[in-house]
Design a protein around this ligand. Sequence first.
Ligand SMILES: [Zn+2]
Length: 262
Amino acid sequence: MYSRLPLILCYHAVSSSWDSELAVAEEQLERQLSLLRGQGYVGLTFAGSERARLAGRLPKRSVVVTFDDGFASTLRARPVLDRAGFPGTVFVATDFVDSGDPLSFIGDAADSAPPDELAPLAWSELVELRDLGWEIGSHTATHPLLPKLGASELRSELERSRRAIEERLGSCDILAYPYGVADERVAAAAADARYLAACTLTGAHRIDEPFRRSRVGIYRGDSGLRARAKLSPVGQRLRRTALAERAEARRAGREMPILERE
Ligand SMILES: [Zn+2]
Protein backbone atom coordinates (compact mmCIF):
# COMPACT_ATOMS: atom_id res chain seq x y z
CA MET A 1 0.00 0.00 0.00
CA TYR A 2 1.17 3.49 -0.77
CA SER A 3 0.98 5.08 2.64
CA ARG A 4 2.45 8.53 2.13
CA LEU A 5 -0.11 11.27 2.80
CA PRO A 6 -0.06 15.02 2.18
CA LEU A 7 -0.36 17.52 5.00
CA ILE A 8 -3.84 19.01 4.47
CA LEU A 9 -4.47 22.32 6.23
CA CYS A 10 -7.93 23.73 6.83
CA TYR A 11 -8.45 27.47 7.10
CA HIS A 12 -11.69 29.44 7.01
CA ALA A 13 -11.74 33.25 6.81
CA VAL A 14 -8.70 35.49 6.32
CA SER A 15 -8.73 38.78 8.22
CA SER A 16 -6.44 40.76 10.47
CA SER A 17 -9.32 42.75 11.93
CA TRP A 18 -11.94 40.07 12.68
CA ASP A 19 -11.05 38.71 16.08
CA SER A 20 -12.45 35.21 15.63
CA GLU A 21 -10.86 31.79 15.84
CA LEU A 22 -12.14 31.21 12.29
CA ALA A 23 -10.15 34.13 10.89
CA VAL A 24 -6.38 33.97 10.49
CA ALA A 25 -4.53 37.19 9.74
CA GLU A 26 -2.67 37.50 6.46
CA GLU A 27 0.66 37.83 8.28
CA GLN A 28 -0.09 34.65 10.24
CA LEU A 29 -0.87 32.74 7.05
CA GLU A 30 2.28 34.14 5.43
CA ARG A 31 4.48 32.96 8.33
CA GLN A 32 2.91 29.50 8.37
CA LEU A 33 3.25 28.93 4.63
CA SER A 34 6.79 30.26 4.46
CA LEU A 35 7.70 27.91 7.32
CA LEU A 36 6.44 24.98 5.23
CA ARG A 37 8.15 26.23 2.13
CA GLY A 38 11.38 26.49 4.09
CA GLN A 39 10.94 22.83 5.09
CA GLY A 40 10.73 21.84 1.43
CA TYR A 41 6.99 21.34 1.13
CA VAL A 42 5.48 21.24 -2.36
CA GLY A 43 1.97 22.70 -2.72
CA LEU A 44 -0.81 20.75 -4.44
CA THR A 45 -4.56 21.04 -4.75
CA PHE A 46 -6.61 18.38 -2.98
CA ALA A 47 -7.53 16.46 -6.15
CA GLY A 48 -3.95 16.97 -7.37
CA SER A 49 -2.65 15.29 -4.24
CA GLU A 50 -5.07 12.37 -4.62
CA ARG A 51 -4.08 11.84 -8.24
CA ALA A 52 -0.37 12.10 -7.46
CA ARG A 53 -0.85 9.64 -4.65
CA LEU A 54 -2.70 7.14 -6.85
CA ALA A 55 0.11 7.40 -9.40
CA GLY A 56 2.73 6.91 -6.69
CA ARG A 57 4.11 10.39 -7.42
CA LEU A 58 3.28 12.25 -4.23
CA PRO A 59 6.32 14.31 -3.18
CA LYS A 60 7.93 13.36 0.12
CA ARG A 61 6.59 16.56 1.66
CA SER A 62 3.42 17.93 0.15
CA VAL A 63 0.89 20.37 1.50
CA VAL A 64 -2.72 21.06 0.48
CA VAL A 65 -3.95 24.47 1.68
CA THR A 66 -7.75 24.42 1.94
CA PHE A 67 -10.30 27.09 2.85
CA ASP A 68 -13.81 26.10 3.97
CA ASP A 69 -17.17 27.84 3.53
CA GLY A 70 -16.38 30.32 0.75
CA PHE A 71 -15.79 33.54 2.68
CA ALA A 72 -15.13 36.48 0.37
CA SER A 73 -12.03 37.06 2.50
CA THR A 74 -10.52 33.90 1.01
CA LEU A 75 -9.37 36.24 -1.77
CA ARG A 76 -6.97 37.85 0.73
CA ALA A 77 -5.08 34.56 0.78
CA ARG A 78 -4.41 34.68 -2.92
CA PRO A 79 -1.25 36.88 -2.91
CA VAL A 80 0.04 35.03 0.15
CA LEU A 81 -0.29 31.64 -1.55
CA ASP A 82 1.21 33.11 -4.73
CA ARG A 83 4.31 34.14 -2.80
CA ALA A 84 4.61 30.68 -1.26
CA GLY A 85 4.08 29.08 -4.69
CA PHE A 86 1.18 26.97 -3.36
CA PRO A 87 -2.22 26.61 -5.10
CA GLY A 88 -5.31 26.94 -2.90
CA THR A 89 -8.33 24.69 -2.61
CA VAL A 90 -11.62 26.31 -1.61
CA PHE A 91 -14.76 24.47 -0.55
CA VAL A 92 -17.96 26.47 -1.06
CA ALA A 93 -21.51 25.99 0.18
CA THR A 94 -22.99 26.52 -3.26
CA ASP A 95 -26.37 28.03 -2.31
CA PHE A 96 -24.50 30.95 -0.74
CA VAL A 97 -22.22 31.77 -3.69
CA ASP A 98 -23.38 35.03 -5.31
CA SER A 99 -26.34 35.17 -2.91
CA GLY A 100 -25.02 38.02 -0.80
CA ASP A 101 -26.45 36.13 2.19
CA PRO A 102 -24.10 36.12 5.18
CA LEU A 103 -22.39 32.82 6.01
CA SER A 104 -24.25 32.72 9.31
CA PHE A 105 -24.09 28.92 9.62
CA ILE A 106 -20.74 29.27 11.38
CA GLY A 107 -22.55 29.49 14.71
CA ASP A 108 -21.69 31.81 17.60
CA ALA A 109 -18.81 33.38 15.68
CA ALA A 110 -21.38 34.95 13.34
CA ASP A 111 -23.02 36.96 16.14
CA SER A 112 -20.05 39.21 16.76
CA ALA A 113 -18.71 39.28 13.20
CA PRO A 114 -18.53 42.53 11.22
CA PRO A 115 -21.09 41.96 8.41
CA ASP A 116 -18.45 42.29 5.67
CA GLU A 117 -16.54 39.35 7.08
CA LEU A 118 -19.50 37.01 6.53
CA ALA A 119 -19.90 37.91 2.86
CA PRO A 120 -19.74 34.96 0.43
CA LEU A 121 -17.55 34.64 -2.65
CA ALA A 122 -19.08 35.22 -6.09
CA TRP A 123 -18.94 32.76 -9.00
CA SER A 124 -16.87 35.25 -11.02
CA GLU A 125 -14.27 35.27 -8.23
CA LEU A 126 -14.21 31.47 -8.17
CA VAL A 127 -13.63 31.47 -11.93
CA GLU A 128 -10.63 33.78 -11.37
CA LEU A 129 -9.23 31.51 -8.67
CA ARG A 130 -9.69 28.45 -10.86
CA ASP A 131 -7.86 30.22 -13.69
CA LEU A 132 -4.96 30.82 -11.31
CA GLY A 133 -4.66 27.10 -10.62
CA TRP A 134 -6.83 26.90 -7.52
CA GLU A 135 -9.32 24.08 -7.14
CA ILE A 136 -12.96 24.63 -6.20
CA GLY A 137 -14.76 21.89 -4.33
CA SER A 138 -18.14 21.30 -2.75
CA HIS A 139 -18.96 22.06 0.88
CA THR A 140 -22.55 20.93 0.10
CA ALA A 141 -25.36 23.27 -0.98
CA THR A 142 -26.70 24.50 2.38
CA HIS A 143 -24.05 23.40 4.94
CA PRO A 144 -26.09 20.87 6.98
CA LEU A 145 -24.73 18.34 9.45
CA LEU A 146 -24.70 15.43 7.01
CA PRO A 147 -24.87 12.45 9.42
CA LYS A 148 -28.28 13.75 10.54
CA LEU A 149 -29.82 13.76 7.05
CA GLY A 150 -32.00 11.07 5.52
CA ALA A 151 -30.80 9.30 2.38
CA SER A 152 -32.53 11.50 -0.21
CA GLU A 153 -31.58 14.81 1.42
CA LEU A 154 -28.03 13.59 1.78
CA ARG A 155 -27.86 12.65 -1.89
CA SER A 156 -29.39 15.96 -2.90
CA GLU A 157 -26.84 18.02 -0.91
CA LEU A 158 -23.93 16.12 -2.43
CA GLU A 159 -25.21 16.04 -6.01
CA ARG A 160 -26.79 19.49 -6.24
CA SER A 161 -23.64 21.22 -5.02
CA ARG A 162 -21.41 19.21 -7.36
CA ARG A 163 -23.63 20.06 -10.33
CA ALA A 164 -23.70 23.78 -9.44
CA ILE A 165 -19.90 23.88 -9.48
CA GLU A 166 -19.64 21.78 -12.64
CA GLU A 167 -22.03 24.10 -14.46
CA ARG A 168 -20.08 27.23 -13.51
CA LEU A 169 -16.52 25.94 -13.43
CA GLY A 170 -16.44 22.82 -15.57
CA SER A 171 -15.64 20.22 -12.94
CA CYS A 172 -16.04 19.38 -9.28
CA ASP A 173 -14.14 16.37 -7.97
CA ILE A 174 -13.81 17.00 -4.28
CA LEU A 175 -15.85 17.59 -1.16
CA ALA A 176 -15.33 18.85 2.40
CA TYR A 177 -17.99 17.81 4.89
CA PRO A 178 -19.71 20.65 6.81
CA TYR A 179 -18.51 20.78 10.43
CA GLY A 180 -15.81 18.36 9.30
CA VAL A 181 -17.83 15.26 10.07
CA ALA A 182 -18.75 12.18 8.08
CA ASP A 183 -19.70 8.76 9.34
CA GLU A 184 -19.35 5.68 7.14
CA ARG A 185 -22.79 6.17 5.57
CA VAL A 186 -21.97 9.76 4.57
CA ALA A 187 -18.56 8.76 3.19
CA ALA A 188 -20.23 6.02 1.11
CA ALA A 189 -22.77 8.57 -0.20
CA ALA A 190 -19.90 10.85 -1.28
CA ALA A 191 -18.39 7.97 -3.24
CA ASP A 192 -21.80 7.25 -4.81
CA ALA A 193 -22.10 10.92 -5.80
CA ARG A 194 -18.94 10.42 -7.91
CA TYR A 195 -16.50 12.55 -5.99
CA LEU A 196 -12.85 11.58 -6.24
CA ALA A 197 -12.16 12.23 -2.55
CA ALA A 198 -13.47 14.09 0.47
CA CYS A 199 -12.06 15.49 3.66
CA THR A 200 -13.10 15.78 7.27
CA LEU A 201 -11.86 17.92 10.12
CA THR A 202 -12.12 15.22 12.70
CA GLY A 203 -9.52 12.81 13.74
CA ALA A 204 -8.37 10.33 11.25
CA HIS A 205 -9.85 7.16 10.47
CA ARG A 206 -8.08 4.46 8.67
CA ILE A 207 -4.72 4.96 7.08
CA ASP A 208 -6.06 5.10 3.53
CA GLU A 209 -9.60 6.41 3.30
CA PRO A 210 -10.01 8.75 0.33
CA PHE A 211 -13.50 9.76 1.44
CA ARG A 212 -12.36 10.67 4.94
CA ARG A 213 -9.03 12.40 4.55
CA SER A 214 -8.23 14.19 7.77
CA ARG A 215 -7.06 17.79 7.89
CA VAL A 216 -5.24 19.96 10.38
CA GLY A 217 -7.50 22.88 11.32
CA ILE A 218 -5.53 26.13 11.74
CA TYR A 219 -7.14 28.85 13.84
CA ARG A 220 -6.37 32.39 14.92
CA GLY A 221 -4.89 31.17 18.21
CA ASP A 222 -2.36 29.03 16.34
CA SER A 223 0.67 31.26 16.31
CA GLY A 224 4.27 30.98 17.41
CA LEU A 225 5.26 27.66 18.89
CA ARG A 226 1.75 26.25 18.70
CA ALA A 227 1.61 26.75 14.93
CA ARG A 228 5.16 25.40 14.57
CA ALA A 229 4.19 22.27 16.47
CA LYS A 230 1.11 21.73 14.30
CA LEU A 231 3.12 22.23 11.12
CA SER A 232 6.25 20.29 12.02
CA PRO A 233 6.80 16.76 10.69
CA VAL A 234 7.27 15.49 14.28
CA GLY A 235 4.05 17.21 15.38
CA GLN A 236 2.20 15.62 12.48
CA ARG A 237 3.51 12.17 13.33
CA LEU A 238 2.42 12.58 16.93
CA ARG A 239 -0.96 13.83 15.82
CA ARG A 240 -1.46 10.92 13.44
CA THR A 241 -0.61 8.49 16.20
CA ALA A 242 -3.12 10.13 18.55
CA LEU A 243 -5.75 10.18 15.82
CA ALA A 244 -5.18 6.55 14.94
CA GLU A 245 -5.66 5.64 18.59
CA ARG A 246 -8.87 7.64 18.72
CA ALA A 247 -10.13 5.94 15.55
CA GLU A 248 -9.25 2.61 17.05
CA ALA A 249 -11.26 3.44 20.18
CA ARG A 250 -14.18 4.48 18.01
CA ARG A 251 -14.09 1.22 16.06
CA ALA A 252 -14.15 -0.60 19.37
CA GLY A 253 -17.38 1.26 20.11
CA ARG A 254 -16.02 3.09 23.11
CA GLU A 255 -16.46 6.55 21.70
CA MET A 256 -18.91 8.39 19.49
CA PRO A 257 -17.53 10.53 16.65
CA ILE A 258 -16.40 13.85 17.99
CA LEU A 259 -17.90 16.97 16.50
CA GLU A 260 -15.06 19.44 16.18
CA ARG A 261 -15.14 23.12 15.53
CA GLU A 262 -16.46 24.18 12.17
ZN1 LIG B 1 -18.07 24.82 6.87
